[in-house]
Design a protein around this ligand. Structure first.
Ligand code: NAD
Ligand code: DAU
Length: 339
């Protein structure tokens, strides 16, 4: 089987590439990635040594380029991770989010219709459901929860989801969608909460917590997300949405304090900064459907996952130091300079 993975030079996409190459050694994995600021070819160094892997530096919005890959390579399954993924950047400049996340998804699905595939899988997010109140711990996002977005990022992901479902109903495209909660683990770009706090703490820099740090996220180790997607593309029902999450809710401030403790850094590094505009309060996934239908459950406990993650950042310092020494500096200054 040939599986085309878009966005495979990013955080979750690269973890998925490695998961698939080791779990399904008979499958061929093709990776399409534009290599934006978030894509890193170094991350795929080991994959490049595998004969079952091929990399294409292509924008998913480039119709001709995408059609040519489909024509030559004839993928059976497409898993679409490629996206602009950072909420703060979407607040600063929404346009590229609409282009890549919605129009890029359309180009991929048009290619799927033209050349034929057995499955198009859209990697979506729990953010399409908006947020839950902090004082109602009994409420969770199910697949029936109405779409109700807060940021340009989540709106672009919701737009893509609706288009994916429309391509199924209108053209019969065999699609599935997964909506996952916050991932953490190796190769996470240090603009996101956990890797940013690890990198700053290791460099004894301030740890910028938005608002009071009371917002809650539902954290899942990235490999558990990869396993869920692998199950869905093989056994999931066409036309269906699957929520993915591990019932592991934590306040941001507790995560940051935990990172300080693990790294032996003082909590005095924590700096409360101006809140994110439209900041979602709480995400919490009900994963009953994927558990009951496909037998998925998270295997990595947060206590183990965070230790593995911190160890990875300690042993791969060059990987993230290279990132934060480049154009990231001007991003950081713009986002945090006067906050
Ligand atoms: P990321 O920002 O780390 O990686 C995105 C990748 O997509 C990069 O390699 C980038 O170069 C590539 N890309 C961007 N625009 C492209 C384009 N036009 N054409 C081709 N490639 C392009 O993102 P991530 O955190 O790995 O997220 C991957 C997917 O999972 C996204 O669709 C995101 O919405 C979704 N998701 C993420 C999380 C999370 O916690 N990170 C949770 C749920 C869902
Ligand atoms: O829920 C899934 C989503 O999780 C994905 O769809 C997104 O692609 C992914 O980026 C992530 O979105 P969040 O906005 O939840 O992640 P982020 O790491 O940016 O922020 C997590 C929380 O930490 C959020 O409440 C904002 C807060 N935060 C973040 C940063 C970067 C801070 O307090 N300080 C920071 O410097």
């Amino acid at each position: 089987m040939t599986i085309l993975v878009t966005g495979g030079a990013g955080f979750i996409g690269s973890n998925f590439v490695y998961y698939m190459l080791s779990k399904h050694p008979d499958d061929k994995i093709l990776c399409v990635d534009k290599l934006t600021y978030a894509g890193n070819l170094e991350t795929l160094d080991d994959a490049m040594k595998n004969d079952n892997f091929r990399f294409f530096k292509t924008d998913i919005c480039d119709r001709e380029g995408i059609y040519s890959i489909f024509k030559d390579e004839k993928p059976d399954i497409v898993v679409n991770f490629a996206a602009e993924s950072h909420v703060d950047r979407s607040i600063d400049n929404p346009e590229i989010f609409l282009q890549t996340n919605i129009l890029g998804t359309q180009v991929l699905m048009d290619a799927c219709r033209k050349y034929g595939i057995t499955r198009f899988h859209q990697v979506s997010t729990d953010e399409v459901y908006g947020d839950l109140p902090l004082d109602r711990p009994d409420l969770f996002f199910t697949e029936e929860t109405p779409i109700h977005t807060s940021s340009p990022y989540s709106s672009s992901k919701a737009g893509a989801d609706l288009l994916v479902l429309a391509y199924h109903r209108t053209y019969g495209l065999p699609v599935t969608i997964s909506r996952c909660s916050n991932n953490y683990g190796p190769y996470h770009f240090p603009e996101k909460l956990i890797p940013l706090m690890i990198a700053n703490a290791l460099n004894d820099k301030p740890l910028p917590v938005y608002g009071k740090g009371e917002n809650v996220r539902d954290w899942l180790y990235v490999e558990d997300h990869c396993k869920a997607i692998d199950l869905i593309i093989r056994n999931g029902k066409v036309g269906e949405v699957y929520n993915v999450g591990g019932h592991n809710e934590m306040k941001n401030i507790d995560i940051v304090k935990l990172i300080c403790r693990k790294l032996g850094k003082p909590e005095s590094l924590i700096t409360y900064v101006t809140d994110r505009k439209g900041h979602d309060l709480r995400y919490a996934i009900d994963p009953a459907k994927i558990h009951n239908e496909l037998g998925w459950e998270p295997e990595t406990k947060f206590a183990d996952g965070i230790n593995k993650t911190i160890d990875w950042y300690l042993t791969h310092r060059q990987w993230w130091e290279n990132i934060i020494s480049g154009e990231y500096q001007s991003y950081y200054e713009k986002m945090y300079g006067n906050r």
